[in-house]
Ligand binder design. Structure first.
Ligand SMILES: [Zn+2]
Length: 111
């Protein structure tokens, strides 16, 4: 623990939910020196809701990215201009959605 404090970590009043050891915070990360892993402390319902929202955004982004990848593969083997336009439109829509999701996630974590 003394070593941890030397690195600039601060000891918190909260304890590890798994082993009961006081938790440390360094930068934005909270971790347990005993379990040697990061711990997420949920302080309020509002914060918990924010975490859930963030996970939903992250999930949606991953879905969109995987769809873009699928369309990208399909586009490579497609020569029909109409279908290519369709794929292009889909990609453009999804990229716009990802952009919005990223913006919302930043707002979500900043507020
Ligand atoms: Zn622990």
């Amino acid at each position: 623990m003394a070593e941890l404090l030397k690195t600039g970590a601060t000891m918190l009043s909260e304890t590890c939910p798994e082993c009961g050891t006081p938790l440390f915070r360094k930068g934005k990360e909270t971790f347990c020196s005993n379990c040697n892993k990061p711990v997420v402390i949920i302080q309020s319902a509002e914060q918990e809701a924010r975490l859930v929202t963030d996970r939903v955004f992250e999930n949606s982004e991953q879905t969109l990215l995987s769809k873009i990848q699928e369309v990208n593969v399909a586009m490579k083997n497609e020569n029909d201009p109409e279908k290519l336009i369709m794929y292009g439109n889909a990609m453009s829509t999804w990229l716009g959605a990802i952009e919005k999701l990223r913006r919302l996630r930043t707002q979500n974590t900043d507020s």
